[in-house]
Design a protein around this ligand. Structure first.
Ligand code: AMP
Length: 273
């Protein structure tokens, strides 16, 4: 595949790449659509990467819907589906993989609650980029911190790839689309939009000064509705440092991770620009 894609790139065609873990939904297809608009050949990969799961149960239960995914990608006029085996991505095994200098991005928010997760993300994306060698890489802002980690990876590795980030695609009730939503029971699914509602509360209640009360109320609203909260944070949109006192100007992003029953959901919203 690398040889074929290199030949295409040699003819001046721009290759767009959409890495995914499958169980595709409209959020993924939006990335494919954007790549189709901005590039000449769109490659989508489906690979459930074992090295980015800190929780083995989450890995085992990760939904796999390959036939449906192929159907959706065909309808979306995706050009190439890359469906590697673990041994294609990690030919020398998974015990001696590179370690990336991600700085504080690795110890905050998702990094703090999912130790090793972003190392795993970098390991797989590094390898995928070496195989696909795209001109443009398309990722969703649903995974805000992941976009920042990948930006850092591109710098560290010197890949000549443009990162294009796309807006979060939501269900009509506000719930951010996610492959993990498939694992929610009907009852859990009915309550899940609360995460989006709390993000809206944080946006609407934002005023300069201390943010402690606003954040506390958000956490409380989730907890009193049965969520187990990992974090509710308001951070500098550029470096994800937590902001406790807002000067009324700094661009801010609100981020939430919470368990709804057994399923851990994340979402975020830029609340000042
Ligand atoms: P995943 O399959 O969850 O690893 O996601 C693959 C890509 O799709 C990542 O770049 C995600 O950020 C992106 N993505 C997942 N859900 C959404 C969504 N609701 N809206 C936009 N992009 C998304």
């Amino acid at each position: 595949m690398t040889a074929w894609l290199e030949k295409q790139a040699g003819r001046g065609r721009i290759i767009g790449f959409v890495p995914t873990m499958g169980a595709l939904h409209r959020g993924h297809l939006e990335l494919v659509g954007r790549s189709r608009l901005e590039t000449d050949i769109t490659v989508c990969s489906i690979f459930v990467n074992p090295t980015q799961f800190n929780d083995p149960v989450d890995y085992e239960k990760y939904p796999v819907t390959l036939d449906r995914d192929i159907h959706l990608l065909t309808n979306a006029q995706n050009d190439v589906l890359y469906l590697p085996a673990v041994s294609d991505i990690y030919p020398d095994g998974m015990s001696n993989l590179p370690v990336y200098e991600l700085g504080q991005l690795e110890s905050t928010l998702e990094g703090k609650y999912r130790p090793g997760h972003f190392q795993g993300v970098c390991q797989v994306v590094d390898r995928l980029l070496q195989v696909v060698r795209p001109g443009k890489l398309f990722m969703g802002r649903k995974d805000y911190q992941q976009c920042m980690v990948i930006k850092k990876l591109l710098q560290l590795r010197g890949f000549p790839v443009e990162l294009v980030t796309c807006e979060t695609v939501r269900e009509p009730d506000g719930l951010a689309m996610s492959s993990r939503n498939m694992r929610l029971s009907p009852h859990e699914r009915a309550g899940a939009p609360m995460i989006y509602q709390v993000l809206c509360d944080l946006r609407d209640g934002l005023t300069p000064g201390s943010l402690g009360d606003l954040i506390g109320k958000g956490k409380e609203r989730l907890q009193s509705n049965g969520f187990k909260v990992d974090y509710v944070e308001i951070c500098d949109a550029d470096d994800l440092q937590p902001v406790t006192d807002w000067d009324g100007r700094l661009a801010l992003v609100a981020l939430i991770a919470a368990f709804n029953g057994p399923v851990r959901l994340i979402d975020n919203m830029q609340i000042s620009f």
